[in-house]
Ligand binder design. Sequence first.
Ligand SMILES: *[C@@H]1O[C@H](CO)[C@@H](O)[C@H](O)[C@H]1NC(C)=O
Ligand SMILES: *[C@@H]1O[C@H](CO)[C@@H](O)[C@H](O)[C@H]1NC(C)=O
Length: 387
Amino acid sequence: MAFTWLDIRCLHMFLLCKAFGYTLSSNTEIKVNPPQDFEIVDPGYLGYLYFQWQPPLAVDNLKECTIEYELKYRNVDDERWKTIVTKNLHYQDGFDLNKGVEAKIHTVLSTHCTNGSEVYSSWSEATYWKSEEGSLETRIQDMECIYYNWQFLLCSWKPGIVVHSDTNYNLFYWYEGLDNVLQCADYIKENGKNIACKFPNLESSDYKDFFICVNGSSESNPIRSSYFIFELQNIVKPLPPESLSLTVKNSFEINLKWSVPKGPIPARCFIYEILLTEADDSWMTNTIENELHITRMLSESQELCFSVRSKVNFYCSDDGIWSEWSEAQCWEGDGLKETWPFFVIPFGLISSFLLLLTCLLLHKQKALLKSIFHMKKEVFSQQETFF
Ligand SMILES: *[C@@H]1O[C@H](CO)[C@@H](O)[C@H](O)[C@H]1NC(C)=O
Ligand SMILES: *[C@@H]1O[C@H](CO)[C@@H](O)[C@H](O)[C@H]1NC(C)=O
């Protein structure tokens, strides 16, 4: 009797567990299956890949339970996995297609489902390698992309180490928002071969992955493609600052000023590096303002020069490229040397004018005196004749 009762209880448990998609072991441990049909799909966007999967088996009746998925992925050889938790059945991200991609996913039952700690399924795994032909020596070298003044993107490269003379390379690009992969429309050529690409105005392309593939063709052998992924705001090279001014007060207080580089980069996005040279000494400092006050300890040197360069700061990007150095602005001594023409010329003119005036006046005065003397003499002689 007791035996049958136990049997029925077990059967009940079994049915219950089946219905809820997880199995209870003897110590009531809940289990869940991994997601099904996990795969990595390449839509042809040069590194933007889709992950997709189906719900685990036997969870159809697990209505009150939120099933979540923990997805981990990385480029092969990367140290760290990126981890995301989602309720969806898909996810996407950008990858470096020069390398393989590996990913794994498992089902997570949250605590309110299990009345205890979270329950994970085993992992489903997937990998993706872009099949590539051509030897590594045939791919381009020294790719360099610079986003000049946050306005003009230019990428340049050198041909592969081992290439036939008929080899030419082509650049393709894509970012989220473009319907299709586009080919470069404005190549810079050298001896008839493409060596750089001038991009058109790229609308709403900041703060998202920008994908590039440079592949090539040759009659004699296949050419290996190269893939690049970056964010445009991180490769900005601004213009150097202009209108530098250097003023020295009381020969201790130095005030350096310059104007924010022209263009679309907001003033709050700049960091400046200042190079100050004083006699044989030079030192550098950074600021995010477009001026700098310095108090000198010693004021012996009679010559000071400074120049500035600019970069996008960490409020606006993760990285950047320093602009060229501005032209140097100098101050010499008490400022007389530098400014003497402005003082001496008017001063000279004024003094000459004053001299001339004095001469004229003197001359006039002399004439006046003369006439007075003459008058006096006349009066005197008249008096003389009178008496
Ligand atoms: C949930 O846990 C509480 C406290 O640990 C326990 O009293 C209760 O019986 C559990 N319920 C289920 C359905 O396991
Ligand atoms: C180069 O890549 C583009 C974009 O993926 C592709 O459409 C084109 O066929 C490739 N060309 C060669 C020669 O592989």
